[in-house]
Ligand binder design. Structure first.
Ligand code: NAD
Length: 478
């Protein structure tokens, strides 16, 4: 008997969790459940994290979590509990298989069998946002080398363990050359260690278009967090319904299993939701805790239910489906088929768990880091770039001088175009005057002098050379 933590969540969560637990019980899962309350009710009683300390205790003790979707209230400082859980517990890999069940579930992509492996801890999901001026708000996109290496290695190890032939990587490194560029670079580096696996990189826009149009050309896809979040919904939906896909969030010694969809409030409480996503997540959970036979029994009964044309409303199609069932009745149909195998669809047979894949990070030597200048961000409304430059140049020192001003990343000084639309948010780049070393004291002196001129400094970013190479982006049009 293994003790796991469960949460019934919000919206359709309680219905799909009850359906899942009934199937698990009928299949003979040897699981003791500890239920915690998380989500909307916890948020609305004033806990902005959506989870109480006692719930963390249960999670940290049991280290296995089966979670129904929750509703994150919009705005108001509420942080997404899903993101917090994944990050606090170090669940770095989010594995989302998206499979077509042709000809039993209507889909335009009968041969689709794609596994999305989404980086789960960083990227824009740090949720580090600041309003800096009246007009401009920023969100920090953080991509780390160890975080990237972990997810890329996980993707290749997954492909190896599951006999997958190809790993594709999607990024937007033609624009974000440093952050997405790192993801791409590590993909190329790590990929060399897997000569038997085919690998390719796609710019995310065309990659996404091809995934939506011809998903059968893909096998395993590894992506940074935001792209993975968006494209796994697309991938699941084009198999027939977003309600069909389950996911596993894997960390070192900890795992959380959930459907990929959200709490679908518009259909909550109507016994309409498809419980399949959570049920397939529970199948992965059972494999994780060593109950492979129960997992296979449930998965195969579920496949047989689909084959028998017993469908929930989201995948029901007149002429193809036989019966449109509610959430609870669909679960009963799966229970009625426990012990049966699918007739046509490939039988589910598991060899190992997603959590048995472990990765180690290659230690990297520390680089030689050298201060090369500073970007100082100024809040100023209605000023012309040339006038701003004149004011800033009066702060030039013996060490640092103004070389460029950009607005929303586009160079507006020197030699800007009057056509470029400018907001009240200016990045002013000062670089060292000679190759002689500079220090942060000289940057502070420069900032004091700018402050004394009456300009409103919002923030600064140091410009560094790493191992002698510039480690900061150029201005657009520079
Ligand atoms: P959603 O995934 O909840 O639902 C979108 C639509 O997809 C629904 O209206 C419904 O038509 C369909 N759908 C989703 N799941 C289904 C199922 N099991 N069966 C049948 N149809 C299904 O997305 P949303 O409406 O954008 O988000 C609702 C809430 O869920 C938000 O508060 C969001 O923050 C939250 N959310 C939670 C998670 C999570 O807990 N992991 C994930 C995504 C969104």
């Amino acid at each position: 008997m293994t003790t796991i933590t469960i949460a019934k969540g919000d919206g359709i969560g309680p219905e799909i969790m009850d359906a899942t637990l009934q199937v698990m019980k009928a299949a003979g899962a040897a699981v003791h459940m500890e239920e915690i309350e998380i989500g909307e009710k916890v948020y609305l009683r004033g806990n902005s994290a959506g989870i109480d300390p006692s719930a963390w205790e249960s999670l940290r003790k049991n280290r296995v979590f089966l979670k129904a979707p929750i509703t994150t209230p919009q705005g108001g400082g509420f942080k997404s509990l899903n993101v917090t859980t994944r990050k606090v517990l170090g669940l770095y890999a989010n594995v989302r298989p998206c499979v077509a069940y042709h000809p039993y579930v209507p889909t335009l992509h009968p041969k689709m069998d794609v596994v999305i492996i989404r980086e789960n801890e960083e990227d824009l999901y740090g949720g580090i946002e600041h309003q800096q001026t009246d007009e401009v708000i920023q969100c920090l996109k953080l991509i780390s080398r160890p975080g990237t290496e972990k997810i890329i290695r996980y993707a290749f190890e997954f492909a190896k363990a599951y006999n997958r032939k190809k790993v594709s990587c999607f990024t937007k490194d033609n624009i974000m050359k440093m952050t997405d560029g790192l993801f791409h670079k590590v993909f190329d580096e790590v990929g060399k260690e897997y000569p038997e696996i085919e690998k390719e990189h796609w710019i995310i826009d065309i990659g996404a278009a091809r995934l939506a149009d011809t998903p059968e050309i893909f096998d395993v896809i590894v992506l940074p967090n935001l792209y993975g979040d968006i494209l796994s919904d697309v991938a699941a939906q084009i198999t027939g319904s977003v309600g069909l896909a389950g996911s596993a969030n894997i960390g070192d010694g900890f795992a959380m299993f959930e459907a990929i969809h959200g709490s679908a409030p518009t259909i909550a409480g109507q016994n309409k939701a498809n419980p399949s996503g959570l049920l397939l997540a529970a199948v992965q959970m059972l494999i994780h805790i060593g109950q492979k036979e129960v997992a296979e029994k449930i998965h195969n009964a579920w496949l047989r239910t689909l084959e028998d044309g017993i469908h929930t409303a989201d995948i029901f199609k007149e002429g193809l489906s036989k019966e449109c069932r509610g959430t609870a009745e669909f679960a009963q149909a799966v229970i009625d088929r426990l012990g049966m195998k699918p007739k046509e669809l490939p039988e589910a047979q598991y060899t190992g768990s997603l959590s048995s894949i472990s990765v180690t990070i290659t230690p990297q030597p520390l680089a030689v880091k050298e201060l090369d200048g500073v970007d100082i961000f100024i809040h100023a409304k209605g000023i012309l770039p040339d006038d701003l430059a004149t004011k800033l140049q009066s702060a030039n020192s013996a060490y640092l001088e103004l070389i460029m001003i950009t607005n929303r990343g586009t160079k507006v000084w020197p030699n800007g175009f009057p056509e470029t639309f400018c907001t009240d948010h200016w990045r002013c780049r000062f670089k060292r005057k000679t190759t002689a070393s500079i220090n942060y004291q000289q940057v502070i002196a420069l900032m004091q002098s700018i402050f004394a001129s009456g300009l409103d400094i919002i923030k600064s970013e140091n410009l560094y050379l790493f191992n002698g190479l510039p480690a900061y982006s150029a201005g657009q049009g520079q």
